[in-house]
Ligand binder design. Structure first.
Ligand code: THU
Length: 169
């Protein structure tokens, strides 16, 4: 563990102290380091509806992104579990989209840490892939049957689906 990683883990521990987890009692802290070394903290914030709960990782990422940050080095996640807590699927998707294949450090209060240096987030929905696909469809000459049929399938999609697809890009 490098000095920078250790500092981030400590920051995640601090963030955990702010967790709002009256329902699960499971407190989580996250610390996100930007490419330029600034650190944003996040904690889980639960809601009586349960489903509106936000994980610590997403709070940290959304705070940073809403401040205009776009390039990140690593994220540390602190929970009080013997088996270290890894980001949930929803957070992995968000980490993938905003932080790319970045370094994820998991830690617990007893000082156990584990670094997942890239590769924790294997292919999830990748906006570049979707854009490539659409560019291929739009740019294709009529000669290619598969692309032509895909194009006609796209044409049959309802406007809601097309709007949703565009919104996702
Ligand atoms: N939680 C996080 O904040 N991050 C994780 O990586 C795992 C789960 C939160 C969500 C919820 O408030 C509580 O932990 C129990 O799942």
């Amino acid at each position: 563990m490098t000095g920078a990683q250790g500092r981030l883990v400590k920051a995640a521990r601090r963030a955990r102290g702010k967790a709002v987890a009256p329902f699960s009692k499971f407190k989580v802290g996250a610390a996100l380091e930007t490419a330029r070394g600034k650190v944003y903290l996040g904690c889980n914030i639960e809601n009586a509806s349960y489903g509106l709960t936000l994980c610590a990782e997403r709070v940290a990422i959304f705070k940073a992104v809403s401040e205009g940050e776009r390039r990140f080095k690593r994220i540390a996640v602190m929970a009080d579990t013997g088996r270290l807590t890894a980001p949930c699927g929803a957070c992995r998707q968000i980490i993938w989209e905003f932080c790319g294949n970045c370094e994820v450090i998991m830690a617990n209060l007893k000082g156990k840490t584990f670094e997942e240096l890239k590769g924790m987030l294997p292919p999830t929905t990748d906006r570049q892939k979707i854009q490539d696909l659409i560019a291929a469809v739009n740019g294709a000459a009529g000669g290619n049957d598969r692309i032509a049929s895909f194009r006609s399938a796209l044409g049959k999609l309802g406007t809601t689906a097309v709007t949703m697809l565009k919104a996702a890009l």
